[in-house]
Design a protein around this ligand. Structure first.
Ligand SMILES: [Zn+2]
Length: 245
């Protein structure tokens, strides 16, 4: 039995989820502190799903301002929010759909240097468009033994990876030699709104499932147009980032 109790209002709000998973799973979600890096295309769908599911504390990093070209897929932002910071506006939206949770917003980009410890963090969701940020989250998560769900997409392809423990493959095992400048971008190639939502919802589902089960499985999922497939990735033996003292 977990220590945090659910209030009467929470028991009713999450009743269908509790019916399926049980009260302990819902308390595990309430006790969770999830760090979300990026409140853009992916974060704008991952964040409300985490909030509606009952994740007790959500901490958001995003230094970008909302642009009109974001509104077509970053559906948590309104026309009035153009020019405002994404993390702050995302916080306001999450609090409006679930007043039972805590949301912390940082109007800056995530950098390992200004967030060196994941001591209080249950899980990290990385959904920025920056490869350096994904590597920083990967390395911190391995060091802190905290699971990380890292997602990326452009045009008609995307992926989600659950990095989970030094014994399993990490994000660098797959992408360490990729150069950011060689990658396609949503701004350059275009993107379908529902395709972003498809991957972002999968990232949220992977995060919620991991918080509930706390197992040590890892995973890699590839998305292409209308389908998703799971790919088995082995830890690369020459990947030095698993060698945590
Ligand atoms: Zn690795």
């Amino acid at each position: 039995m977990l220590p945090t109790n659910l209030t009467k209002a929470e028991l009713e709000r999450y009743s269908r989820q509790i019916l399926l998973l049980g009260g302990d799973a819902q308390r595990r979600l309430k006790n969770a502190h999830v760090l979300v890096v990026g409140a853009g295309g992916l974060g704008a769908t991952t964040l409300p799903l985490l909030a509606a599911s009952g994740v007790g504390c959500i901490e958001i990093f995003d230094g970008d301002a909302i642009e009109t070209s974001n509104l077509g897929r970053q559906w948590i932002y309104s026309d009035d929010a153009v020019g405002k910071n994404k993390a702050s506006e995302a916080r306001a939206f999450l609090q409006s759909i679930n007043p039972h949770i805590e949301v912390i917003a940082h109007d800056s980009m995530f950098e390992a240097g200004n967030f060196s410890s994941l001591e209080k963090i249950t899980l990290v969701c990385e959904g920025s468009d920056n490869l350096a940020s994904k590597f920083a989250v990967n390395d911190l998560a391995l060091r802190a033994k905290v699971p990380a769900v890292i997602s990326s997409l452009a045009a008609a392809q995307g992926h989600t990876m659950l990095v989970n423990g030094v014994e399993n493959a990490c994000y660098r095992c797959v992408f360490d030699e990729v150069d950011q400048s060689s990658l396609p971008s949503c701004a350059g190639e275009g993107i379908l709104t529902t395709f972003v939502g498809f991957i972002a919802a999968h990232a949220a589902h992977t995060a919620i499932t991991q918080i509930i089960t706390t197992d040590r499985e890892a995973g890699f999922w590839v998305f292409e147009k209308n389908h998703c497939r799971s790919v088995r990735i082995k830890r690369r033996i020459d990947c030095i980032h698993h060698n945590i003292p």
